[in-house]
Design a protein around this ligand. Structure first.
Ligand code: GCO
Length: 456
């Protein structure tokens, strides 16, 4: 490794990311309402091995120890999400004060330890009661979501200065409302387009609400992004790659930047008009302070005449016999560099934060030790690509590892482990992996306060 943290400059933000449903557990404790993931994960065969997040990492009960562990790992920025139905059990209306207390404790302990809290408002766990009214396919979601955002910024905005509106809208609308493999398990083009349009409106509206309530917060939102290449340069394959790129990489960021949906490249998006109302185009735009890049891999695309709508398919990593992670995602560090360079060229993008990057490997626990050298290499190689982009002038200001703790990996259950910290899901014991120790040393110079004597 031929770089240090110092090469990124003093202001560069190092951190880790998590999400409520993946770690909190306590799915029905202290007045919490059910979310679509609580319900979806109970369906037979929805999740690998019939796992569910009812307990997950039990972060709800163990947050003090876990945040102390963040402190021990020298991690100065912690990104987590708010479980909407923990705060608003019915999705709107009455606030559950116990839920608010929990996030207040998390935030206050972080601040006490000089760890900057970064909040994601929506990381996929819509309140179940709202799904019963159509969820993201119902345009009313804009009102429900606005109410939730308003509650959160009023409750926590005095102390939390970094906000992200949505986590990867392409994934929760695509997997949840088109493919049906994520909660709420809906399928079909109409569900997808409706959900996607409403999510795109909410990402901008959420930004407007935060800015109208407080003027001292940095507002962003996050997007998944995979560098895409055609399997070869025939016209058909190139055209297929352009469509998949429009769908996976451009469909949510471009309307936010005032460019509209990329329907020239992906004609199917013209059908979005069915869900659009007068004035919507303008409402899709908002000038974020930063955008969050979430990158894991690249995708190779080929022409596939029988695939509905896009006539394209992704050729998975095992078929290509390339180096890959446990998720069957190709290990291709330049992907993050290409993403940063491309986003930097959008005139509306002011600042980019890598809000997620990481990998699942088949970690082995031997003598209370996980020597996850493959993860250390993955992180180093990706961080190096971020530095390369930064040196070339890209406005990238932070990097967050996905993730802190091994956790509930959505439809894959607990099998793929992405953490810097190993979790035994039977005993809830935490063991810092070699990658966690590496990251701790890498960011050592950050100013962290001593651990205070008394904990809440
Ligand atoms: C994502 C999610 C995470 C996943 C991670 C690994 O945004 O896709 O934020 O929840 O766990 O990406 O798949």
């Amino acid at each position: 490794m031929e770089f240090t943290k110092e090469d990124f400059g003093e202001d560069f933000k190092w951190g880790v990311s998590t999400a409520a449903y993946q770690i909190e557990g306590a799915h029905n404790s202290h007045g919490k309402g059910l979310s679509i993931w609580d319900v979806f994960s109970q369906k037979r065969r929805a999740i690998a091995n019939n796992h569910n997040g009812n307990t997950a990492c039990d972060f709800y009960n163990r947050y003090s120890e876990d945040i102390l562990l963040l402190h021990k790992l020298n991690i100065p920025n912690y990104r987590f999400s708010i479980s909407w139905s923990r705060i608003l059990p019915h999705g709107t209306g009455a606030i559950n004060s116990k839920g608010v207390d929990f996030y207040n404790h998390v935030i206050d302990l972080c601040l006490e330890l000089n760890i900057e809290p970064w909040i994601t408002l929506y990381h996929w766990d819509l309140p179940h009661e709202l799904e019963q009214k159509g969820g993201w396919t119902n345009r009313e979601v804009i009102h429900w979501f606005s109410y939730f955002v308003d509650c959160c910024i009023r409750q926590f905005g005095d102390r939390v200065k970094h906000w992200m509106i949505l986590n990867e809208p392409m994934v929760f609308t695509g997997a949840g409302y088109f493919l049906g493999v994520h909660a709420p398990g809906k399928k079909g083009l109409s569900n997808f387009l409706a959900a996607a349009h409403h999510a795109a409106l909410c990402q901008a509206e959420g930004g407007r609400i935060i800015r109208s309530v407080r003027n001292d917060c940095k507002i962003g939102t996050t997007f998944s992004y995979s560098h895409i290449e055609p399997k070869n340069n025939t016209d058909k394959n190139v055209a297929a790659a352009i469509k998949v790129d429009a769908l996976l990489n451009r469909m949510f960021i471009e309307p936010l930047l005032g460019m509209g949906y990329p329907d020239k490249e992906l004609a199917i998006l013209k059908r979005m008009e069915r869900f659009m109302q007068p004035g919507d185009e303008g409402k899709l735009a908002f000038d974020m302070d930063f955008v969050g890049l979430q990158n894991y891999t690249r995708e190779i695309v080929g022409y596939a005449p029988f695939m509905p709508f896009v006539k394209a398919k992704i050729i998975k990593a095992d078929k290509r016999k390339v180096e890959r992670t446990l998720m069957n995602w190709e290990i291709y560090p330049p992907s993050i560099y290409h993403a940063l360079k491309r986003w930097n060229e959008y005139p509306g993008v002011k600042e980019i934060v890598v809000t997620e990057n990481g990998a699942a490997f088949s970690d082995e626990l031997v003598n209370e030790n996980v020597q996850d050298v493959d993860r250390v290499n993955f992180l180093q190689d990706h961080i190096e690509q971020v530095l390369k982009a930064k040196k070339e002038g890209v406005e990238v200001s932070g990097y967050f590892v996905w993730t802190f703790l091994d956790n509930f990996e959505w439809a894959e259950g607990f099998h793929p482990r992405f953490g810097l910290v190993h979790v035994d899901f039977e005993t809830q014991k935490r063991i810092v992996k070699a990658s966690g120790n590496w990251y701790r040393e890498f960011i050592k110079q950050s100013l962290l306060k001593e651990i205070p004597d008394a904990l809440p």
